[in-house]
Design a protein around this ligand. Structure first.
Ligand code: ARG
Ligand code: ZN
Length: 862
């Protein structure tokens, strides 16, 4: 017998067909109650094309209590249920179909559809949550006008919100009230949202470029109102930025944001009613770090920008997800860069890309930016779709330059406004608006994996010519054994070592497997600076010497390239040491000394430049990851740098202490450098290190310094460690977001007992699987702690697998997010690999396992 060619549960991009029926209008009527909510939906459906196929309405866990056609109860021959959908046979070209269902939001632990969180009711529909609320063709190419009436107990749920503009409200019987919202913009159902809550509002307003007044509201628990100022400022800045940079204006009279405590990811761009994980709204100096502040600003901007890149122009199908996500990440990254430092933002973004996306691209879950198939779309909200997707847009913008890029985006928005579009539509608009041929560039959407580029320079003194030889390769990824050459834009400069300068930065297009570029008029060999600004998301291999790298770390005028030279210097030393080929550390210590004593450099940049590569990044540089050797080598180098420059660390730490808190870029930079200095000072082994960290922990007037001190102490074994963890718990235990930091800091601790501590914390009275933030704070952080997670006992793998199995019964989406770290078994030694595979097999053996976890675990074993 032949195995079936395709498992029926696999959805393929090539199977896309336009919908049989459209739904131009939908009216929804909600009787809201946590235990028993009734949803009446009235759909105007129109036949799309000449066919006699039935209307198919997706439903997940729904039972139809009523089905009506044009107001009459439908007869049994007119409809039936199939697995996952309701089929209705209809004649004619336009009909009215009505259904009634009942939901129990308080027992919805998946946090998809309508659910309860901290006493409020809210929704999450992307990607396929709307089918858990009502029967509907749940696909993004169906665009409908929504007319929504919400009814609920007034005392318990005084606030009733949905998409669009509020048009009517009133009182009902028995303490009930109601509100009607109408959204004039046709939208896909994944952008539907409602909230019923008892919340307070930070109200503000914004005047758009055409002079329209928009009412802004950020809704939180009363006690959290003082923590909403940063989010509101970020929202207004985002609205102004999208007008200035893309010419895009907001289009409704109100824009609401609601913060909820239980949320599967960051936030959701529902039309006119963004719903957020509260960690991306709430910020004050006492509880939020600078990273949290930046996260709030970036996510508020991201969701706001979706109003154009996602809502006005949406996706035809979920294979096009990066159309909205990659572009919107690109937009929020540039916004954040404009609000702060371009150099530092680029370094941070590349570090995230390398940590999350490069790992994905080199493992069993590698997939193209536009995937070809999936079992569960929730598993494709990945670093590849989001962050690599953003790099693709960045490359296009680089190749076009700002004016032509803007011409391309103008054409894209104008041409596709009100439509469900594809990645190909975006590329076509860029080609036409930007006047460029992107035929070969399209492979970035098609081929998975991170390209490698080998670069070598040779110099001919006779002809005074320099030749740059480039060689590209792209390893096989699942389903893609053979790859075609990519179009790779590389910004390059050639430095004269005598003067420390270059003759200009050039953009080279590498399009062939091997290609050479010549540069005239070089009397002596120059030093190569390549992939400046990280112009392409590739891995560069060069044969540059430690001396060349030290030169670039002192002289490169491209801040990313300068940072990169520092990183490479450190990587070479660490990888050399692990391989038993010690390289002198003097160059790196001299480079660090130079950077920290240069008064002209931005302290935030200095902190990035002197940062040691993470244990995980070092693992990525090795054929097989040896977590123990990496850990030992990195600790030793950190100790050495700490000790060699101890007086400097003390001086920096003392001088960066600020009397007052400020959230300015300068103040954030000073804190970042202060915390790095403290880290090196404690690593030096200085006797008073833990005491100094403890003083910072106690006296800090902000969470950035307090948590950094706590984290530094948590890596060691001092009495101060125990005291600080206790104090932190007692002071902040009542605030969920801050308590998350207590869990996370311990799960991240580079300490031999971390694996046992995580096991204990999993049984702590404040640990709960019901809150995704808490799960991520403990287990998510732990899987990112290479040395601890990959403990040779296999205990770390077992803990995470146990968590996945328990969580899968409640919340499969969040459970599935913990699987990929176990899937990296090929990168480790045979003993660890066998343990990791064993856990994946144990997971797959659980009866009733979700589609989400099944897909991730089975692909991870291949
Ligand atoms: N569209 C949301 C964003 O702004 C995220 C939705 C994530 N959905 C999911 N099923 N993981 O990025
Ligand atoms: Zn998004």
């Amino acid at each position: 017998m032949h195995a079936s060619p395709a498992s029926p549960s696999v959805i393929r991009r090539s199977d896309y067909r336009p919908p049989d029926w459209l739904v131009p209008d939908i009216a929804l009527d909600f009787d809201l109650d946590p235990a028993r909510t009734r949803v009446r939906a009235t759909l105007i459906v129109t036949r799309n094309g000449d066919h006699d196929r039935p209307l198919r309405l997706d439903g997940d866990g729904l039972i139809p209590l009523e089905v009506r056609i044009d107001g009459e109860a439908a007869t049994p021959d007119q409809w039936h249920m199939e697995a996952g959908y309701l089929s209705v046979s209809l004649s004619g070209s336009a009909r009215k179909v009505e259904t009634l269902v009942e939901l129990a939001p308080e027992s919805n632990s998946k946090l998809m559809g309508l659910y309860a969180s901290g006493g409020l009711l809210c929704t999450q529909c992307e990607a396929e949550g709307f089918r858990r609320i009502t029967f509907f063709p749940d696909r993004p190419d169906i665009l409908s006008r929504y007319d929504v009436t919400l009814r609920a107990d007034k005392a318990r749920f005084p606030i009733l919100l949905s998409n669009g503009d509020p048009v009517e409200q009133g009182e009902g019987d028995a303490g009930q009230h109601w509100a009607r919202w109408v959204d004039p913009f046709p939208k896909p159902c994944y952008l539907f949202a409602l909230v019923a809550a008892d919340l307070a509002c930070n109200a503000d307003s914004f005047v758009t470029m055409s002079g329209r007044d928009v009412q802004l509201g950020i809704w939180v628990r009363e006690a959290d109102l003082p923590r909403t100022g940063h989010a509101m400022q970020a929202l207004k800045n985002s609205m102004a930025w999208d007008e200035r940079v893309y010419g895009r204006e907001y289009d409704l009279d109100v824009f609401n944001i609601v913060a909820v405590a239980d949320f599967n990811f960051g936030a959701m761009e529902n039309k006119g009613l963004n719903i957020f994980n509260s960690r991306y709204i709430l910020a004050d100096p006492e509880t939020a770090t600078d990273i949290d502040y930046d996260g709030v600003e970036g996510v508020v901007a991201h969701e706001y920008f979706h109003n154009w890149s996602g809502n006005r122009v949406t996706c035809r199908d979920w294979f096009q997800l990066s159309l909205k996500e990659g572009f919107t990440v690109f937009r929020d990254q540039n916004f954040s860069a404009d609000m702060g430092s371009h150099a530092v933002k680029r370094i941070e973004d590349v570090r995230i890309l390398r940590a999350a996306q490069f790992q994905e691209d080199s493992g069993p879950l590698a997939h193209p930016v536009r995937p070809e198939s999936y079992m569960e779309i929730s598993n494709f909200y990945t670093a590849t779709i989001y962050n690599k997707g953003a790099e693709l847009i960045r490359m296009i913008a680089l190749m076009l330059g700002p004016e032509r890029f803007r011409a391309g985006t103008d054409l894209y928005f104008d041409r596709h406004d009100g439509q469900a579009a594809t990645c190909e539509d975006f590329v076509l608009a860029m080609e036409e608006g930007g006047e460029i041929d992107l035929s070969q560039f399209r492979r970035w959407y098609e081929q998975a994996g991170t390209p490698h580029v080998r670069a070598t320079l040779d110099h001919d003194p006779m002809t005074r010519t320099v030749n740059l030889h480039l060689h590209q390769s792209l390893a096989p990824t699942p389903g893609q054994p053979d790859k075609a050459p990519m179009a790779i834009p590389l910004r390059v400069a050639l430095f004269d070592p005598a003067t420390g300068t270059h003759h200009g930065d050039e953009l080279l297009m590498l399009t062939e497997p091997q290609q050479s570029f010549s540069f005239p008029d070089f009397a002596t060999p120059p030093i190569l600076s390549i992939n400046r600004g990280f112009s392409a998301p590739v891995i560069i291999d060069t044969n540059r010497s430690q001396d060349d790298l030290a030169f670039l770390s002192a002289h490169d005028d491209d801040p990313f390239a300068r940072y990169e030279a520092m990183q490479q210097l450190m990587v070479n030393i660490l990888v050399g040491r692990i391989a038993g080929q010690p390289i002198d550390e003097a160059a790196v210590i001299a480079a660090i000394r130079q950077v920290i004593t240069d008064p002209l450099l931005d302290p935030a940049f200095v902190a990035e430049a002197i940062r040691l590569p993470s244990e995980a990044y070092l693992g990525d540089q090795m054929a097989h990851v040896d977590p123990d050797a990496i850990h030992a080598a990195r600790e030793a180098l950190q100790q050495r740098i700490g000790a060699e420059l101890e007086p400097d660390w003390r001086a920096i730490h003392a001088r960066t202490r600020a009397a007052e808190f400020s959230i300015s870029a300068a103040a954030k930079g000073a804190r970042k450098l202060r915390n790095s200095a403290l880290g090196y000072l404690v690593a030096s082994g200085a006797m008073d290190g833990p005491a100094i960290a403890f003083v910072q922990f106690e006296q800090a007037h902000n969470m950035t310094e307090r948590q950094a001190a706590l984290a530094i102490l948590a890596n060691g074994d001092s009495a101060e460690r125990v005291a600080a963890l206790d104090i932190f718990y007692n002071r902040y235990g009542a605030d969920a977001l801050t308590l998350d930091k207590w869990f996370q800091t311990q799960a991240f601790a580079v300490h031999p007992d971390t694996v046992d501590l995580v096991e204990e914390l999993g049984r702590h009275k404040d640990f709960t699987l019901a809150n995704p933030n808490r799960v991520r704070a403990l287990y998510g952080a732990f899987t990112g702690n290479q040395w601890a997670f990959h403990h040779i006992s296999g205990k770390g793998y077992r803990l995470v697998a146990d968590c996945i199995l328990a969580l899968d019964r409640l919340n499969p989406q969040t459970a599935a997010r913990l699987v990929p770290p176990l899937g990296r078994w090929k990168r480790f030694d045979a003993a660890r690999g066998a343990l990791m595979r064993g856990e994946l097999e144990r997971i797959l053996a659980q009866p009733g396992l979700s589609k989400d976890v099944t897909e991730q675990a089975s692909k991870s074993l291949e």
